[in-house]
Design a protein around this ligand. Sequence first.
Ligand SMILES: Cc1ncc(COP(=O)(O)O)c(C=O)c1O
Length: 435
Amino acid sequence: MAGGNDTPFKIEVSTRIKRLPPYLFARINALKAAKRRAGHDVIDLGMGNPIDPSPDFVVEKLTQAAHDARNHRYSVSVGLYNLRREAAMKYKRRYGVELDPETEVVATIGSKEGFSHLMLALLGAGDTVVVGDPAYPIHMYAVALAGGNVISVPLGNDEAFLARIEHVLKNLYPRPKLLIFNYPHNPSAMTVEPLFYEQVVALATKYGVLVISDFAYGETCFDGYHAPSFLATPGAKEVGVEFTTMSKPYNMAGWRVGFCCGNSEMVRALSTIKGYYDYGHFAPIQVASILALRQGDDFVRRQADVYQKRRDVLVAGLRKLGWHVESPRASMFVWAKVAEKHLMGQGTIDFSLRLLEEADVAVAPGRGFGENGEGYVRIALVENDLRIKQALRQMDACLNGRKKHQRPSNLAGRPAEDPGHDESTVHDQTNIIGG
Ligand SMILES: Cc1ncc(COP(=O)(O)O)c(C=O)c1O
C-alpha cells in the first residue's frame, strides 16, 4: 500500500485502502531514512520538494496577519473571496483567461488535496479514468481511492498520444469519464503547445468526457518557453478544470495552497465535498498568499531561472557520465535514461537503491511512476549547484569507478543557512520520494 510503509494492516481497513497499488518507492525511502540515521549525508534529488525559501514579503505578511485575532477563527472551505479573486486576476494577467471567482475558482489545500477530493466528487465504483504512463502517482492513487479504475495509456504529447486516447474512448464501454493531463509533466518534463489542448477540447467535446489539467509546473519554464494553460483554449471551461499551486513557483510547498479553476460544475462538485470535510486554510496563510499572487511575478521568474541554471549543471554532468539526456524546457526535473552499462541488467528500483547505497545520492526510479518509466530515473533540481556537482562526482565514482572525491565535511556544498536534510529536522521524516 501507499504511504511509505508496506506492512499489512492488523485491522480490517477499507477496500479503498486495500485496492491501492504497491508503493514502489517504499524500499528506497526506508533505505534513505536508515542512511540518514547512520549519519550519511545523502544528497536527495529524489523528491520535488523545493529547498529555497518562500518570498520574504509573504512570510512577513503571514506573521503580521497571524497577530490579528480576527484571523484565528475558522475560515471558509472554498477559500476567502479575495484569494479566489486574486487567483482569477492572475489567470487573466498571465494567460488571458476570464474566471468568475465565485463559481469558477476554489482554493485547495495544495493541488494534491484538491485533485484527490475532486476524484471523490466525480467518481464511483466502475468509473474509469485515462491517465498517461508514466504519471505523477497521485493521478492514479486518487482514482483508486475514489473507487474508480485507471486506464493507462503510454504517455505522449502529440497526435499519436491523442489517437491512443481516442481509441480507448471509442472502444471502451462504459466510456471513461475523465482524461487527466499534466504538462509540463512530472516525471518526464514533457511539454505541449497550445494546439495540443485544442485537440484535447475537441476530443472531450466529441466523446462527452471531462478533462483535468494539472498545471503544477506551469510557471517553471526555461529558455523563453511559456507553458500553455489548458483553460486558455476556447471551449476548455465547458469540459474541464485546471489545478495550479503555490508550492513550486513561490517555494511555498509547506503552506499547502492551490487552486482548481474552470468548469463551474466541476468546481461546485469539489467545493461541495470540501464544504463537508474542511473549514479552509488558516486565514493568515490565505492573506499572505493573496500578496504573493499580487506581487510575486518577479520572484516566480527568478526562481525559474534558478532551476534553469541547476538544469544546465545537471544535464552537462549526466552527459559526461555517458547518459543520453534531453534538456527539459520546464518542470523541476531531469528525466534521464540510465546508460545500459550502468544499469547492469537491473531495473531502476534496484539501480536507485544501489546509487543510494554506494554513492549517497537519492534519485526517483522511473519504474515507480509506471511501467513506461522503466529505464529512466527522475532527478529533481532541488539542491544548489555545488551539491548537484557533488552528487555527480559521487555518481561518477560509483558508476564509472573513478576515484571517490573526498568531501571536506558532512555538509559539503550546502549553504550555511540551509538545515535542509539534517537528521534533526522534520524534513527527514517528510521527504518521501514520489512527490
Ligand atoms: C504534477 C504535480 N501535481 C501536483 C503536485 C502537488 O502539489 P501541491 O503541493 O500543490 O499539492 C505535485 C508535487 O510534486 C506535482 O508534481
